[in-house]
Write a protein that binds this ligand. Sequence first.
Ligand code: HEM
Length: 541
Amino acid sequence: MSKYFSIEEVAKHTAAEDCWVIIHGGVYDLTPFLSEHPGGKKILLKHAGIDATEKFDAFHNASVLSKLGAQYLIGKVGGSQEEEGSSVETDEVEDVNPLVVGKPFGDMVPYSDPMWYQDWYSPYYKDSHRAVRKAVREFVDKEITPFCYEWDEAKQLPRELYYKAAKAGILAGCCAAVSDPATMIPYGMPGGVPYEEFDAFHRLIVMDELSRCASGGVTWGLIGGLGIGIGPIIHFASKELQALVVPDCLSGKKRICLAITEPTGGSDVANLQTEAKDMGDYFLVNGEKKWITNGGGRLLSFYGYVVFADFFSVAVRTGKPGFGGISFLLIERNMPGVTTRQMNCSGVWASGTAYVTFEDVKVPKSHVIGKVDKGFKYIMENFNPERIGCVIQANRFARVCIEEAITYGNKRETFGKKLIDHPVIRNKLANMIRKVEATHAWLEALVYQSTHMDPSIQAIRLGGPIALCKAQASRTFEYCAREAAQIFGGLSYTRGGQGEKVERLYREVRAYAIPGGSEEIMLDLGVRQSIKVGQFMGAKM
Ligand code: HEM
């Protein structure tokens, strides 16, 4: 049971050897913290014995209080009759806000969530989508967001996180649908939605909500390698390979990554060099892969951190030069000749971006994914879901920039008024908002197509617009990260603290603008493919 103190009682504790403050109704004894406080001792003493909530909010993230402050909390302000749960019932009629048209969800900071969260109507979502939204938000708020800073600094994710995310249905919720859920899917889906009803919009929500943690390193680390690496297995591999990989990866026990890019080429997939020589019973694989998400990390198993991928879905050259000689192999980390080294990147630190070498790795023929020399087709079919994933993440990160900037702009004062009251700041926000909302509307329209269009023609019909939408999303993200960083000023130039999310996102932009098809390739492909489709459909051009 909480201890209660009157305001008069708190006011007696104002000395360096006895310093209490009130923050959000809690009474904190900050005496042992005075010399540790990053903001200095003097400012705490200046506010000793009084309610410092407003000043506290001006200088800190909310998580500072729950994580660091909790150890100094000694009670609450007020009398025991004000304890929680003792509310008095009245006959008063609930005050209904006449502006509300639907059911709002979330903090309601304008544009900090998609329109349908903020009580607007939408043709796309029903109650099962709302259930997924609620379940994933609760999980991310509790299990992920408060820890992103330390995981990012550690450049690793704790093993436990994969198990928890698997049990919450998040890992399965970020992967393509499997044909045999009874044996492949270890846990229920988020919000208790039956697997067969879990559609592309449920998947959109899972990834969007996950990205609210505002760390590309954490989202890529948790579901990046999984989402793109397991696709070829689910769609093209034998039942045996599926049984080897899918249940373990979806239960959080093991990890998988997709290894296509090489030191000598990224977007130019048709020219990849890694060789798989047919030796009769097996393929002998030699080559290097670079910038492989979840490929490897430092060995920190002592702390319970993971070493990332146990499986690699690898594009190799089995045949002639060009796209006709590419195959996909499943390579396992414990096969002799596989080495990984975590790369030093400017962003997405917790995702285990790796340089992977294959030296005389003997890969049994049973580990061929799909058919020999058909790998290029599989790579192309994997691109659409990968790029949609990039759009979802990048646009939510851009949205986080809006939310952070609005919230900060509403409390920070310059030249005698709040930042948000300066037209130049509102102009920045307006441009951020229009880009994010436009991108989200396009994203939803494309996802809707994918739920109705025959999968066999999706790579062709949706490839162009999805490529353009990816470029739209990464440019929107870049724009919003920059503008939010300007609004936060110096706080976005230091790691941690109030500008933590914006600082991190600003240096993670490139991890969305380059991989999965660089902006330049996306823009060109988007137009080229649409023109071809138009010609094929008889467009009068
Ligand atoms: C439970 C009580 C408190 C805790 C745990 C705490 C913790 C921290 C931490 C961790 C920082 C580093 C920046 C960040 O991570 O946000 C910080 C900075 C700061 N704190 Fe506190 N603080 C507390 C109370 C207060 C109060 C009551 C005030 C003022 C009335 C205050 C004023 C400041 C200032 C001015 C800074 C420097 C901000 C900057 O770097 O721009 N703190 N505090």
